[in-house]
Design a protein. Structure first.
Length: 248
């Protein structure tokens, strides 16, 4: 989604060490594309491989997400709307989607998933800056294929999808920020941690929620602290070509 803006909003440090431990400082936010509330962010499921404009990027053994994986993505974004004020909408036009999902054989036996970021900015003669953000999320379909094939809430597969969705929203791994106290560096406090606890998470944890509220506080439509309840597991029907479906 390209949009005009006189400035680019990027994730900045809040000064709170707990929030900043999961914030991807310097990453452009979706609100860069529109300063108004109710911003729509589109996502879709690849049928052919897509990726950033990077000569080093390659796709090995691509496959689309299965229906259960697609349903998990819909559920994660459906429960993220109240945390960000963003409106997540599924589209069948994956090439133009803001976020695209697929699977491949990711390099390295320990890599379950990876999110690739692409950004194009240009400035017109009148000084108006145009920004186009794209993100490509790939889940491993080799070593971790069985784990990720049935990502129902409460499973490691679902928590992995939740983790990658966090990256698409501006969250970073605690292993990279290296500022979260060790006592809190686990998934009970943030799904962006690599340290698992006794239960796999089906929702963003408390520090994730606090960081998302901080990052998108100016969107104007964040609701009260907490998660949007989802009454049932969403349907798995794929959108028709050219159609747009609201997230469940």
């Amino acid at each position: 989604m390209a949009a005009n803006s006189n400035s680019v909003a990027v994730a900045q440090a809040s000064g709170n060490v707990l929030i900043d431990s999961v914030v991807y400082v310097g990453l452009p936010l979706w609100t860069s594309e529109s300063p108004s509330s109710g911003l729509t962010v589109t996502y879709g499921f690849m049928t052919t491989p897509l990726g950033p404009n990077d000569a080093d990027f390659t796709v090995v053994d691509f496959a689309p997400l299965n229906l259960t994986q697609q349903a998990a993505v819909r559920l994660v974004y459906g429960t993220s709307q109240s945390l960000t004020g963003l409106n997540f909408v599924e589209t069948a036009d994956v090439a133009s989607a803001d976020i695209a999902f697929g699977t491949m054989d990711l390099d390295g036996p320990g890599t379950m998933a990876s999110t690739y970021y692409d950004e194009v900015t240009w400035t017109a003669a009148d000084g108006v800056k145009t920004l186009d953000l794209k993100e490509y999320v790939y889940f491993d379909n080799a070593e971790w294929g069985a784990t990720l094939a049935n990502p129902v809430p409460g499973s490691l597969g679902y928590e992995t999808i939740l983790h990658e969705a966090g990256h698409t929203l501006g969250l970073d791994d605690t292993a990279y920020t290296r500022s979260l106290p060790a006592l809190l560096d686990n998934t009970d406090f943030t799904v962006m941690s690599y340290t698992e606890t006794d239960t796999y998470k089906a929702n963003f944890s408390v520090l994730d929620v606090a960081a998302l509220h901080y990052l998108y506080a100016d969107s104007g439509s964040i609701r009260a602290f907490g998660l949007t309840p989802v009454a049932s597991w969403p349907g798995t029907a794929s959108p028709l070509a050219g159609s747009v479906l609201a997230a469940v």
